[in-house]
Design a protein around this ligand. Structure first.
Ligand code: GLN
Length: 491
């Protein structure tokens, strides 16, 4: 394997600036890696020619001393971000052949900073799932395997293609989106860093909508520094998204001081579930000790409404999805299946275009929003959501950050949870509360399970305090010293 693909995003930036290698060489190395690992099905669309063209321009800019913050750095883009002139599928049959005439705000920021797009990464259909198995384009595979066991494992979801691509060195970093855990859970399953910013930090404009009050874009990287570096470019106010915050974007990399002395770290009792995997529980204990050894104060906290988070999420998210997905009618985007009448065309298009999980969510959401049930379900869920937010708000009066596991188990084999939606939904039990509360969270790879699979620990802070989040995450990363590589031994 070419050593250029082993660099972190920030080391690649520094190497380009020093002229150690060119953007074309760096991009070429990643194009080769993308081709070499096609078996992982991490990308739905590859755009190597565009990438190399862009890399040439980047070398030109670097040569003239006019480099942007991400000049010449090759990235994977989750196929939920609209990219001008490049097929955008949301991993759904219903978006067949949809090539947007516009660029999402986040990817426009990346482009303007000089980044190189390698292609569009695989995901669960419309970002609904935790295993990448609901993709119309087939599941992405986790590059990691259990020691001595050749079975394919899921990369997590919904940003499974991005996580697999970053872990397998098929891009330096990638974008993801997180509605209930879709950045943090796959990051944990693939041994990378996944960060969900405060709701409103990144504009949702041009990202295919799933659940508008929860969807948030964020970086997927191999180091905490890379995460901070990428978010600084992705974030920012956008008048085209009324929920995007008109706030300055700090230099998140500058927050990585390596010092957390005196910070107070909360440990929520409610996350100590009976079904918590023993390796995960042990790692959580280690994480607590690492932060304590670094000078933080550990404080027990209560988040009493945690047990209502999953049921609340599975009302709010499907309700908003059922409304957002009403636009796919066979007229404006992608697939059309002709029928005897307009209604028949709508019905046939939607029946053929949506997969089983998406249909399940549309049914649940339509029911929850229907006239007789709106108060009992959607309105009630919104009230519980407020209580969940208040739990966090009270906790943050006494602590600066919260430490939890990211997922209750390591990655599981393909097919293991696909016939039981509720078992699949349980993957998000530790990530969904922060999504409902709109607070930022990050998953940091912190160790391996007994059978050699990566495990992540999650940190949470109050809204708009990504700087403390990155600061603590940097210390956790350093203490954990996770250097695992999924493709060790491969040429
Ligand atoms: N796994 C969760 C779901 O299926 C979260 C998905 C996401 O964050 N996009 O809804």
């Amino acid at each position: 394997m070419n050593e250029l693909v082993q660099l972190s995003l920030s080391d690649a930036r520094d190497g380009l600036a020093k002229g150690d290698f060119s953007a074309v060489e760096l991009t070429q190395a990643h194009v080769h890696a993308m081709e070499a690992h096609r078996d992982l099905n991490a990308y739905i669309t590859e755009v190597p020619d565009l990438a190399l063209e862009r890399a040439k321009e980047a070398d030109h800019n670097l040569g003239r001393g006019e480099a942007g913050a991400l000049e010449g750095l090759p990235l994977g883009i989750k196929d939920l971000f609209c990219t001008e002139g490049i097929l955008t599928t949301a991993a759904s049959h219903i978006l067949d052949g949809f090539t947007p005439p516009y660029e999402s705000f986040v990817t426009a920021n990346l482009k303007a900073a000089g980044a190189v797009t390698l292609g569009k990464t695989n995901l669960d259909e419309f970002a609904m799932g935790s295993s990448n198995e609901s993709s119309y384009y087939g599941p992405a595979h986790n590059p990691w395997k259990r020691a001595g066991d050749p079975s394919h494992l899921v990369p997590g979801g919904s940003s499974g293609g991005s996580a697999a691509a970053v872990a397998a060195r098929m891009c330096l970093a990638a974008t993801g989106t997180d509605t209930g855990g879709s950045i943090r859970q796959p990051a944990s399953f693939c041994g990378i860093v996944g960060m969900k910013p405060t709701y409103g930090r990144c504009s949702r404009w041009g990202i295919v909508a799933f659940s508008s009050s929860l969807d948030q874009a964020g970086p997927m990287t191999r180091t905490v520094r890379d995460s901070a570096m990428l978010l600084s470019v992705m974030a920012g106010h956008d008048p085209k998204d009324s929920t995007s915050a008109d706030m300055p974007v700090p230099d998140f990399e500058a927050a990585l001081t390596g010092d957390i002395k005196g910070l107070r770290i909360g440990i929520p009792a409610e996350y100590r579930l009976a079904e918590l995997n023993a390796d995960v529980a042990a790692l959580w204990g280690k994480g607590i000790n690492w932060l304590k050894d670094a000078g933080a104060e550990i404080i027990d906290i209560a988040l009493p409404h945690t047990k209502y988070a999953l049921p609340t999420y599975y009302i709010v998210a499907p309700a908003e999805a059922s409304s957002n997905l009403a636009r796919y009618d066979g007229v404006r985007f992608g697939l059309r299946v002709d029928g005897d009448s307009l209604d028949d065309m709508y019905t046939k298009t939607r029946a053929a275009g949506f997969g089983a999980e998406v249909k399940r969510r549309i049914f649940i959401g339509t029911y929850a929003l229907s006239a007789g049930y709106y108060d009992a379900y959607y309105l009630k869920a919104q009230k519980v959501r407020q209580l969940i937010y208040q739990d966090f708000a009270s906790a943050f009066e006494n602590v600066d950050a919260i430490l939890t596991p990211t997922t209750p188990t390591p990655a599981f084999p393909l097919g293991e949870n696909s016939s039981d939606p509720v078992a699949m939904y349980l993957n998000d039990v530790f990530t969904v509360p922060a999504s409902l509360a709109g607070i930022p969270g990050i998953s940091v790879p912190a160790g391996l399970s007994g059978d050699g699979l990566p495990l992540g620990l999650q940190l949470l802070t109050k809204r708009w305090d990504e700087e403390t989040l990155f600061r603590v995450a940097g210390v956790l990363e350093e203490a954990a010293g996770f250097t695992g590589h999924p493709l060790e031994g491969e040429g």
